[in-house]
Design a binder for this molecule. Structure first.
Ligand code: PEP
Length: 258
């Protein structure tokens, strides 16, 4: 399925970087990349750093994402952060259903679906993460796992929302392990996910939605991964923590589209 989709390169900073460290980082990244064109660059700091990072990021055309969200707009939900609060920081994106949230914090497919709906309702852009565990891949269950996660995550989404949403295919065995999926494995999974979008929301929605690969993306493997037909960018953890390596990934990815 061919379409022109602007790649997204999103850096997931996890539990690293304070507000001032993040602000310094985006200033340095902005200087390093110059005027960013032809690619959406996004960084995802902790909640407490969103405002400070967004203040600087906007000057450099860099987007900001939160790493999670709650689905309610307000109420007695101690410790949670609502979509409108994230929007108020200046962030425009929200990562939802990251495997670390699913594995360590009890994130469920039902919660993911509610978060996606709430984020779209607030006019923010979800990055919906899906991916199989190693034992599921070995058991031949990858497609079934992706089908369950994608169908649940998109269960409250309309076709018209798909230009605002990105899906991230992140095989759990490749996250933070240095074991990148081969370009063929990543392409196969992303193509399968795009087919699921066709089935659920139609061809136009599937041609529009950006599907990212995540899992040990580095400057030296980015070009080959990002040149696959159904891969429209990357969700990058470890290698997004240093300006030079994240800039290298962005440049490699941009080069595949020119
Ligand atoms: C991630 O955290 O989403 C991720 C892909 O991490 P890493 O790039 O370090 O594997």
């Amino acid at each position: 399925m061919s379409a022109v989709r602007t790649p997204v390169l999103a850096g997931n900073w996890k539990l690293f970087k304070t507000g001032s460290e993040g602000a310094e980082f985006v200033a340095a990244l902005g200087r390093r990349l110059g005027r960013i064109q032809g690619v959406d660059v996004v960084v995802a700091p902790s909640f407490t750093a969103l405002y400070q990072v967004a203040q600087v990021a906007v000057e450099h055309g860099i987007g900001v994402a939160s790493q999670d969200v709650y689905w309610e707009e307000q109420g007695a939900f101690t410790g949670e952060v609502a979509p409108r609060m994230i929007k108020d920081t200046g962030a425009g994106w929200v990562i939802i259903g990251h495997s670390e949230r699913r594995q360590f914090f009890g994130e469920t497919n039902d919660g993911v679906a509610r978060k996606v709906r709430a984020v779209l309702h607030a006019k923010l852009r979800p990055i919906l993460c899906v991916g199989e565990l190693e034992e599921q891949r070995v058991a031949g269950e990858t497609e079934q796992v992706l089908k369950t996660q994608v169908e649940a995550g998109l269960s409250m989404v309309e076709a018209t929302n798909m230009s605002s949403l990105a899906l991230a295919y992140e095989p759990v065995w490749a996250i933070g392990t240095g074991r990148t999926a081969t370009p063929q494995q990543a392409q196969e999974a992303c193509a399968f996910i795009r087919e699921l979008v066709v089935e659920k929301l139609g061809t136009n929605a599937a041609a529009t939605v950006r599907i990212l690969y995540g899992g040990s993306v580095k400057p030296d493997n980015a070009a080959e991964l990002m040149s696959q037909d159904d891969i429209d960018g990357g969700l990058v953890g470890g290698a997004s923590l240093e300006v030079e390596s994240f800039a290298g990934i962005i440049e490699q990815s941009r080069a595949t589209r020119t």
